[in-house]
Design a binder for this molecule. Structure first.
Ligand SMILES: Nc1ncnc2c1ncn2[C@@H]1O[C@H](COP(=O)(O)OP(=O)(O)O)[C@@H](O)[C@H]1O
Ligand SMILES: [Mg+2]
Length: 256
């Protein structure tokens, strides 16, 4: 891999949490290079450290040792080069769609006219034109997550971090949102780091899948997914890949 193409570089990462009788190792010996524009899915069993990993990349949680760099710079806290989309949407209920999307822009002190221009662009990109004045409680789950995506994109981050963003959605809405996300990814050319525990979702979305071990989480295997998009879940290639990755996860669950 050409060094200039690497936008996110994680080396020898370790994360421990304090515990009564010492320390609990959540993540250990984790290495990953993510190329600019890549769609990477992080897949692993519950409790393996996926959320912790994403929070560290977001700068919301300090690392214990090792290094994490975005565009060659150590991650030392939150920054507008990384945008986070949460599973439970994390919208402000007292703000309408437009005001939710403009939140990060307000923090940056961008004047209201410019904010309106930017928020309108992203509201339209995620398919919410006409809902600018709606409040979260008036929106469906899928629409709420569209707001979450628009809000993260409004800061124009280099890396979009998504923590099981479609986990709270029904199956049909989830599939629809996966296609929408791929469209948005293509249009914006963002790098995406997407956490899921659904093998199906990972195979549908990713250029690369990082399979993590159970705790302490480390990289168990990397899969390159070369299937052309849009991917056909009923194709034999898709089914075979899904089965192989599922087997890999099952093996570690049973310890076989
Ligand atoms: N703030 C915290 N304090 C103590 N332990 C934590 C904290 N956050 C996560 N953990 C522990 O770290 C491990 C990994 O958690 P998490 O990253 O949420 O896993 P995942 O998202 O893969 O389900 C779990 O055992 C969890 O209980
Ligand atoms: Mg999690």
């Amino acid at each position: 891999m050409d060094g200039h193409d690497v936008i996110l570089s994680i080396k020898n990462l370790k994360k421990t949490f304090p515990k009564d009788d010492g320390a609990m190792v959540a993540i250990e010996n984790f290495n990953l290079d993510v190329k600019n524009g890549d769609f990477v899915c992080i897949l692993g069993p519950s409790g393996c450290g996926k959320t912790t990993l994403l929070r560290m990349v977001a700068g919301l949680e300090p690392l214990t040792s090792g290094s994490m760099k975005v565009k060659g710079e150590d991650i030392e806290g939150p920054g507008s080069d990384r945008g986070m989309v949460f599973q439970e949407f994390g919208l402000f209920p007292w703000r309408n769609v437009k005001k939710n999307v403009e939140f990060g822009l307000e923090l940056k002190g961008i004047p209201s006219e410019k904010r309106a221009e930017i928020s309108q662009k992203y509201v339209e990109l995620v398919g919410l034109k006409g809902f600018e004045r709606s409040y979260p409680k008036e929106l469906s789950g899928g629409m709420k997550q569209r707001v979450g995506i628009a809000r993260a994109l409004a800061n124009d981050p280099a890396v979009l971090l998504m923590d099981e963003p479609f986990g709270a959605l029904d199956a049909q809405t989830r599939n629809q949102m996966q296609m929408e996300l791929l469209r948005i990814w293509k249009e914006t050319k963002k790098t995406v780091l997407f956490v899921t525990h659904s093998v199906d979702e990972a195979v549908f979305l990713a250029d690369r899948i990082v399979v993590m071990t159970s705790r302490p989480g480390t990289v168990k295997n990397l899969w390159n997914i070369d299937l052309p998009r849009p991917r056909d879940r009923a194709s034999s290639e898709f089914i075979a890949l899904r089965k192989n990755i599922l087997d890999e996860l099952e093996v570690q669950k049973t310890g076989a």
